[in-house]
Design a protein around this ligand. Structure first.
Ligand SMILES: [Fe+2]
Length: 261
């Protein structure tokens, strides 16, 4: 690694694979402490770059050939995609295309199986049972959600915000699915560190990495390639996915509101 690349990676702290941390109590305690301190952590190559590319190509195909539609998150709801754009009611001003997957539905990649260790580690860090919300049993009051987020070139963004500290939202892992410098060059995810520095995360990570940070750190997505022409159907820009848990009707307050990054 050359000096510049080494310098560029200093802002994120590399941790072991999620499965290894689940089996190593000392590593787990260390990770939880770093999150509390406000550090940005990264698990490298949780998925292969090639697999993340296949996932985003698949999602782009769905996005181009079917209509976006909002649906309520309720037991048994279908996977769906929608635009978060010019929505006055939105909690955070944003422009991105979101694809939501729930564990009770079929999906061709088996996303929840591939990311099982990440969801389990997230659950433990949030004080929930390790396998909670993954079976799709609505009596748990909340459900795991794989939420892919596409930020188009030409200004895809999410305004800076702090996520509400819901019971199940004490950490939100983010799967990186685009390559900074190839798919886009300007903008992307930033997290404000405890010293006030705004860390631009995307140059420090690559497709298949998982980012962890405390949702009480201010964060957002700076406009992606704002000089480019916005074209929602081109699917050129920045892809990521948050590994979320959402409250089900009657329990929404427990899990906090929609979040992203
Ligand atoms: Fe957020």
């Amino acid at each position: 690694m050359d000096m510049n690349a080494d310098h560029a990676r200093r802002g994120v702290h590399e941790i072991e694979a999620p499965g290894a941390i689940l089996r190593d109590q000392a590593a787990y305690v260390g990770m939880a402490e770093m999150l509390r301190q406000g550090q940005v952590l990264v698990s490298r190559n949780v998925l292969s770059a090639e697999l993340t590319r296949r996932i985003t190509h698949y999602l782009a195909g769905i996005g181009r050939s079917s209509l976006p539609n909002w649906r309520p998150i309720e037991p048994g709801c279908p996977n769906f995609h929608r635009l978060n754009w010019n929505d006055e009611r939105a909690y955070v001003h944003a422009a991105f295309h979101q694809f939501s997957f729930f564990p009770w539905n079929q999906d061709v990649f088996g996303l929840f199986g591939m990311l099982d260790d990440v969801f389990r580690l997230r659950n433990r860090l949030c004080g929930a049972g390790e396998t909670a919300f993954l079976s799709g049993d609505p009596s748990e009051g909340a459900v795991a959600r794989f939420s892919a987020q596409f930020y188009p070139r030409g200004g895809g963004h999410m305004a800076g915000h702090i996520d509400p500290a819901g019971e199940y939202q004490l950490v939100v892992p983010t799967l990186v699915m685009s390559a900074h410098g190839e798919d886009f060059t300007d903008g992307g995810l930033w997290v404000e560190l405890p010293d006030g520095l705004r860390l631009q995360v995307d140059p420090l990570v690559g497709p298949g990495d998982v980012i962890w940070f405390h949702p009480q750190r201010p964060h957002g997505v700076q406009a992606v390639d704002p000089e480019a022409t916005l074209d929602w159907t081109a699917f050129r820009g920045r892809w990521s996915a948050i590994l979320a848990v959402n409250g089900l009707p009657g329990n929404a307050a427990r899990a906090g509101v929609e979040i992203g990054g």
